[in-house]
Design a protein around this ligand. Sequence first.
Ligand code: PHE
Ligand code: NA
Length: 458
Amino acid sequence: SNAASAGTVTHPQWSSRLAFILAATGSAVGLGNIWKFPYITGENGGGAFVLVYLLCIFVVGLPILAAEVLLGRRSGCSPIQGMAQLARRDGVSARWGWVAWIGFVAAFVLLSFYSVVGGWSLAYVGLAAEGSFSGADAATIGGLFGQLLADPAALLLWHSLFMLLVVVIAGSGVRAGMERSIKLLMPLLFVLLLVLVGYAAVRGNFGQALDFLFTPDFSKLTTEGVLTALGHAFFTLSTGICVMMAYGSYLPKQVNIARTVVTIGVLDTLVALLAGLAIFPLVFANGLEPGAGPGLIFVTLPLAFGQMTGGVLFGTLFFVLLLVAAVTSAISMIEPVVEWLEDKGVGRMLGALLSGGTIWLLGVCTVLSFNIWADFHPLDFMARFEGKTLFDLFDFLVSNLALPLGGLAIALYAGWAMKAETLRDGIGLGQGAVFSLFRFVLRFLSPAAVLVVFVYNL
Ligand code: PHE
Ligand code: NA
């Protein structure tokens, strides 16, 4: 039952479909849902962006996620070795191995800044527990976040602690423990989000938030916004980066991939929408700026915690759960790297330490980009990257370029390089029209969507 026990000769497997769903949902549900979705929705004007995002999830992201999991299960080993082996088995060019390398590099960069934001949640556990939000107004709460960002030593400390947590958990291969904690904490996060939505509905401006999130105003949507929505669909589903391929390599044969993937997609979308419904009523009721950027949840939710009864308890619990969600995602990012080293004979703990150390170092750039290097905008000479810090550029590189490109390659592989029978036998959609539609989407629709959005943006 322990999918990650080190040193076993045969490749271990998840104990059940539920175990895989838990781990994959743990990967999918993370900062992307609660931190990133609300703030990019705010920056991109709301409803129209949300609509495009939902379309991207269900039309582009989920089919590719299914294909990615299948590729992992067929290969049964780490993505780097696995893609090359699959290409050989499917009789196509070994160059397909590059798909995994895109994901490999993307995972390094992604985790390097994900860990810094994970560190913010760690810092906020402390702030919430101390009662720092009690009775505070919007300006005070905004000030707390500003102070945190301005302090490179504090950010570095939280970033280091977060990375340490990830390395220890990923390195010790306590997948069984992880399964158990996800099973317990994920529903708790869900309930707590519902409580927050309830609070926001009573005390915030719920009507305006509903209108903002669900009434599309296409005049607010830019082509860059569409790219961001597409990129975030990949980001939030953890797909296009070979992470789900690595997790899929532990998946038993009899599990129905299509059904599993839909479950993950629905849960992930629910959490993101709930986060939006908890945050925007407070944004509008307190006259805050929806487009305030990456600090959005850290300057809105504490307001609620500061005013509600039991706010210290709820606030602390919320940031603990956010931390857990972030850690279970971060562990999945490092998995392809650790699995790759493991396949090469490096022990799990050493592999996690080596990769974690490198990623931590890269994360220092993100730490500094919020303070000492805040005015360092290396790509200012290109109009579209003007004013972007290293953090902004890392995020753009991963979310808006690497993940859609990786996803495109996976769609092309599953749609064109793999035989229709192989795809049909693995994906679990039966033999009829639904499967044909799925294959059509993978062959034409998803690749076209990614290409069109790319072309419009370049
Ligand atoms: N899906 C995670 C989130 O929403 C982020 C992630 C991306 C995790 C890619 C793994 C791989 O927070
Ligand atoms: Na997500």
